[in-house]
Design a protein around this ligand. Structure first.
Ligand code: ZN
Length: 493
């Protein structure tokens, strides 16, 4: 079966890099691209003309993809009084921890999140979810269910149950620590290995097993070492949140006597194809040394990929220092959304402008470097030279964005104009392994209005559940006060 897309602008791949193709045609047979260029003379079974005002990109690769309900709307703006209330208290950890959602509700949450990824033009993802709503981390069965949801929608997933030996907690005196239950960590790794077997047994190229330990400060040294061993034995990718914040660095130094980067080295994790989300706190960070003392070279030498999440960083008041420095040092940069909305287009735009501030020049991180990170960088992190590029022989993973709304403005270079003026909401069509996922802005078989209502209902439960975890047991409306007071209907006119 041969399918053709025609579009005004195509980001094709030629001579080892992306190229702008005007009035292009893309043809694929089954899951593989067979033609990217001008007029295709052969027969096609299905033909779609997407119009002159469409930009077709390789499918976006999101390696820290939110597969959860929004939490940033709750926890990205609180001051020092309220922020500790978003963590687990020691009392909750010891006596009252529980799952906020039933397994069936978790499945709805995952479905909702995967639909969001698809609607935002993402074709390949590695999930991240907040474990704060679960009694521990991610159960094996939750991930097997998620794999089925993922296959139903048709996205390309790199999945595994997240595991950890400990949980970040807020102490009654306002301090922070990690509370451990080491056996839960070992159990989690056993389930993660089981999931690698499960993913392999499915024989579906769209479900790939990976190891997803939670955050470096929540893992024992033993579990880090064993993760590295399994990764080497099974040739599995590992993604580990680390180099993310100053508290993580402090907790790691307190417990292990070394920095997070040295701990990665010591446990053998740097010897694997490691993916590090955020990667913000290296020696270049102003509260560390403020200058490069070799951390970037260490990351580059070991082939570590940094999953840069510019929109999340910005919204939590952080910034990568800097996109250009990491890139020049040879660190592979790929992208993640990490929080809602999973809009890599807005994310790239945020990153481009943050880089200008950090490096003090307008060309610090041009649009083309960010688009490379969202496509080729992600493919490199996954060890998949057949992803992230539109050229014959590559996988047919692609996404079309419409740019014909007057609010899109006048068009200059199609990529630069789109990143400056656009959003991933303009995605109208996407294809993964040759099969349609997003069609005319919707997902066949998914009732978006119904899903929206169900998610809102679950969000209300999730929001209310913060109260039981807060050290001070404040209710949700105290923890999350409104922006402005409610209107007073009883006031005299
Ligand atoms: Zn993250």
């Amino acid at each position: 079966m041969r399918t053709r897309w025609r579009a005004g602008h195509v980001l094709a791949h030629q001579h080892g890099g992306h190229r702008l193709l005007r009035d292009g045609e893309i043809v694929w047979e089954d899951d593989t691209l067979v033609h990217v260029g001008g007029h295709y003379p052969g027969h096609v079974d299905e033909d779609r003309d997407l119009g002159a005002d469409t930009l077709v990109l390789p499918g976006l690769i999101d390696l820290d993809a939110l597969t959860d309900i929004d939490h940033l709307v709750l926890d990205s703006w609180a001051g020092p009084d309220l922020a500790p209330g978003h963590q687990w208290s020691l009392d909750y950890f010891t006596h009252r921890r529980r799952d906020v959602f039933t397994p069936a509700e978790r499945r709805t949450v995952r479905h909702y999140a995967l639909v969001q990824l698809a609607l935002h033009g993402i074709t390949t993802y590695m999930p991240i979810a907040s474990e704060i709503h679960s009694s521990w981390a991610e159960p094996y069965e939750e991930l097997t269910a998620m794999a089925e949801e993922s296959r139903g929608i048709g996205l390309r997933g790199y999945l595994g149950p997240a595991y950890r030996s400990g949980v970040n907690i807020a102490l009654p005196d306002g301090g922070r620590d990690v509370a451990f239950d080491e056996e839960r960590g070992r159990e989690g790794l056993r389930d993660a290995v089981r999931f690698l077997d499960h993913a392999a047994s499915l024989g579906d190229p769209l479900v790939n097993g990976v190891l997803l330990p939670c955050r470096i400060e929540t893992l024992t040294e033993e579990l880090l070492r064993e993760t590295a061993d399994v990764a080497r034995r099974r040739d599995a990718l590992v993604r580990l949140h680390c180099l993310q914040g100053l508290l993580e660095r402090e907790l790691t130094e307190r417990r292990h006597g070394v920095t997070p980067l040295r701990l990665l080295e010591r446990t053998g994790l740097l010897g694997t194809r490691l993916l590090v989300p955020h990667g913000l706190v290296t020696d270049r960070h102003p509260r560390v040394h403020g200058e490069d003392r070799g951390d970037l070279d260490t990351l580059a030498r070991h082939g570590v990929s940094v999953v840069h999440c510019p929109q999340t960083s910005l919204r939590y008041g952080e910034v990568l220092r800097s996109f250009g420095s990491y890139r020049r040092a040879g660190v592979n940069l790929c992208l993640g959304t990490d929080s809602f909305p999973p809009d890599l287009v807005r994310g790239m735009d945020a990153g481009i402008h943050l880089a200008k501030i950090v490096d003090g020049r307008h060309d610090a991180a041009p649009a083309e470097h960010y688009v490379e990170a969202a496509t080729l960088g992600g493919a490199r992190a996954l060890g998949r030279p057949d992803l992230g590029r539109l050229e014959p022989g590559a996988q047919a993973d692609l996404v079309a964005f419409r740019t014909d709304d007057i609010r899109d403005g006048v068009q200059d270079d199609p990529v630069r104009t789109f990143l400056l003026n656009g959003t991933a909401r303009q995605a109208t069509h996407s294809v993964v392994a040759g099969r349609p996922v997003l069609v005319d802005g919707g997902i066949p078989g998914v009732d978006l209005a119904d899903l929206r209502q169900r998610a809102q209902h679950l969000f209300a439960r999730m929001r209310a559940a913060y109260s039981a975890r807060d050290t001070l047991r404040r209710d949700a409306d105290t923890l999350f006060p409104p922006t402005f007071p409610p209107f007073d209907h009883d006031a005299p006119h």
